[in-house]
Design a protein around this ligand. Structure first.
Ligand code: SF4
Ligand code: SF4
Ligand code: SF4
Length: 376
């Protein structure tokens, strides 16, 4: 296949998908203050068992090697979570992205079959409860402890990571959170930034053209704590760099997303329709899907010309850059991800993953980890 691009022809990389995020359900047992689902009008649902089996087979046959049980709901809240893990572990290196509230219930299963467990915790103080309505931090910590015990009885070492969204309210706690994460048995912390889904949350962001001045001071102290406690920190960017330097973690790693309703999206950012506040304006993220595995084999969806072309455009950075554009304040294209001023659809022109402001668990972030104590 050749792609017509910039007046010439481009030979795309047609290698298979290597990594995927599978959304088992968009339902959740919590109602966090910053949850994307608060700005949805989508119906919530979970993957039917027959679709789960088909999705796992399709992902395997398409060449996927690493599978994350993640998405915009809580995977452990899925009715068929046990079946999903049992079946998926036959074919994939498995990762789980979870709010951690149900870890105890599944500790043996998780300890034996899941390689990376990424638990979302924004704070180890009373702020945790404020941010994550309905959750108990003590229960989450107990769950992590039970996974470590189960793993140790099975002769395994679990790779537990904490995923933490940074915002104004929890920034100053970061150094002490690093200590707490280490005490909880985590080997690393993936830091990310907030995508505000309400106007009230918009004032909480730390990034932009002129990021919050406290960020670097706090990060410096957090790095020091991480060294002392043998913990790895994966940091995001905070400043919009002009024009270049964009890197899409999904497209660059041949990753994709299968949603609970079997639709296939290129990334988590575009896997649902929701509202967000960016640079002082509301915009609508529109779901982008290139097919459904209930209707077409995943291999065929992956090699659909429109999907291949989209990946080429992302890899080559063929999108304008809204975050540092002088027209951002009033441009009508900016209101949704449907189009941009270069005629792309969907558009990645203002994506925060593309600028590494926001990051999510991916193999390249968690696999090649060397703890500091391992260095000579
Ligand atoms: S745990 Fe995740 S999916 Fe559930 S409410 Fe919180 S942010 Fe949303
Ligand atoms: S879509 Fe609008 S805001 Fe974005 S780069 Fe183009 S003109 Fe600027
Ligand atoms: S750049 Fe952003 S919107 Fe575009 S594919 Fe990557 S994550 Fe999705």
């Amino acid at each position: 296949m050749k792609i017509r691009l910039l007046g010439g022809w481009y030979q795309p990389d047609l290698g298979p998908p290597a990594e995927a995020h599978l959304e088992l359900t968009s339902k959740c047992n919590l109602s966090c203050r910053f949850c994307y689902r608060r700005s949805w009008s989508e119906e919530l649902g979970e993957m039917e068992l027959q679709h789960l089996k088909a999705a796992l087979r399709e992902l395997h046959e398409a060449g996927v090697k690493v599978l994350w049980l993640s998405g915009y709901g809580e995977p452990t809240y899925y009715t068929h979570f046990q079946e999903a893990v049992d079946q998926a572990s036959r074919w994939f290196k498995l990762g789980l992205v979870t709010n951690g509230t149900m870890l105890e219930e599944y500790s043996k299963l998780i300890a034996e079959k899941i390689r990376w467990v990424v638990v979302s915790i924004e704070s180890f103080t009373s702020l945790y409860q404020e941010l994550r309505e309905g959750a108990s931090l003590a229960k989450v910590r107990e769950g992590m402890r039970s996974i470590m015990e189960a793993a140790s009885s099975a002769g395994r070492t679990p790779a537990i990571w904490i995923s933490m969204i940074l915002m104004k309210s929890n920034l100053s706690e970061l150094p002490s959170s690093i200590e707490e994460a280490s005490k909880s048995g985590a080997i690393g912390v993936i830091l990310s930034n907030l995508i505000p889904t309400s106007e009230a949350m918009a004032s909480q962001v730390l990034y932009g053209s002129d990021p919050d001045s406290k960020v670097h001071e706090v990060l410096h102290e957090a790095r020091r704590k991480a060294i002392v406690h043998n913990l790895r920190i994966v940091e995001p960017e905070f400043k919009y760099r002009t024009g270049t330097g964009r890197y899409c973690p999904f497209i660059e790693n041949n990753a994709l997303v299968v949603n609970w309703d079997t639709s296939v999206s290129p990334c988590l950012m575009l896997s649902h329709t929701y509202g967000m506040w960016l640079d002082g304006r509301r915009r609508t993220v529109k779901r982008a899907a290139f097919g459904s595995i209930a209707e077409k084999p995943l291999k065929d969806i992956w090699s659909t010309e429109s999907y291949v072309k989209f990946r080429v455009l992302v890899k080559l950075g063929q999108f304008p850059s809204c975050n540092d554009c002088q027209h951002e304040e009033y441009c009508a294209f900016f209101e949704t991800t449907e189009h941009d001023c270069w005629g792309n659809s969907p558009s990645c022109a203002s994506c925060l993953y593309y600028r590494r402001i926001v990051q999510c668990p991916m193999r390249y972030l968690v696999e090649h980890v060397r703890l500091i104590r391992e260095y000579p």
